[in-house]
Design a protein around this ligand. Sequence first.
Ligand code: NDP
Length: 403
Amino acid sequence: MASPQGSRAPLEFGGPLGAAALMLLLPATMFHLLLVVRSGPARLLGPPPYLPGLQVLWSPRMLLLWLTWLGLQAALYLLPARKVAEGQELKDKSRLLYPINVLAGLPLGALPEMLLPLAFAATFTTFIFSLFLYLKALVAPASALAPGGNSGNPIYDFFLGRELNPRVWSFDFKYFCELRPGLIGWVLINLAMLMQEAELRGSPSLAMWLVNGFQLLYVGDALWHEEAVLTTMDITHDGFGFMLAFGDLAWVPFTYSLQAQFLLHHPQPLGLPVASVICLINAVGYYIFRGANSQKNTFRKNPSDPRVADLETIPTATGRQLLVSGWWGMVRHPNYLGDLIMALAWSLPCGVSHLLPYFYLLYFTALLVHREARDEQQCLQKYGLAWHEYCRRVPYRILPYIY
Ligand code: NDP
């Protein structure tokens, strides 16, 4: 049993009060976006056109559909794996095994019209699921708890997640939720918007093609490099609670598809010259994002790999080294920079008449600035003086000469 006093890890996200506020604010924002995107004015900051009653939101059929989607994904997860990868070392020095196999098709129906009750089913099941995770964590051994998320405050721990890698037998809940249902759900919603647009207007617009293409590349890349998720903060540091469960299962598919939803309801003309410039911006973003992530992953797997062996490094007391040239010598988070450039390219096809399609860019900037600060804190704890030296050598965090 875990100690009832909780851990002494500093509280993040504004402690219990911040956690409680976020648990209300995140679902409320998601529903606000789903409502305003289909309204005439499509104002990000305006009031929603109407407040849906429970008869609009609650649909047993949608709940069944949502659970079927999760069940289908779970069945795929349990298929014999293409590969089995080892996770990072845990407190008790063991390593968990994760199956690497992904992708399934699903016929698309009248998805655009079902988004609101589907989002409601996703939010509802996420609360129930998080409760299950919280109760399960209460009987988990102390060695299985996350560094944060076991403060002893039930609201905070429910939000942040108490157990690091909750599993039933070999089924890892966090790893399963992290990529598959949300990311594949996101591209399916995008595709449904494209098909609906083709039905309404004869063919999908160029803007819709770009948004679908860019985001498909992003999701395909994440699934292709599925194993890389095992070294992310989400898997190695954060517990599995409402924050990640809601983010992965509801927030990602229903708000990341906002640009495609916007284009369906608010078609935007886009000429070839502007489209080419937007493609170039996305390509630059992807080049930086992939280059930086691959360079670090290659280096962490094998520092003497010829692709990274020539890069300059700083030794640390842990025996690991920090890259100080190449992408990671440019800024301390080049992968975030690439990701943000892509986020801009995903919004630009929606024109500049509305702020709404730029919601992802604004939200994502805030998320990555906050995530970068959390990661800095963790790196400072891990690497101490060596991290100070790295910050001195590479003074900018995300944007060269600016931030
Ligand atoms: P990162 O991939 O940025 O990893 C941070 C870790 O990298 C550090 O904790 C440290 O861990 C290691 N590191 C930092 N600096 C160096 C260096 N100079 N040399 C070697 N190792 C270093 O973490 P994230 O999980 O935040 O991001 C992964 C990707 O996912 C990013 O591309 C991000 O943009 C994307 N992302 C996307 C989201 C979305 O919603 N679309 C949400 C969040 C992230 P250690 O030393 O222990 O290896």
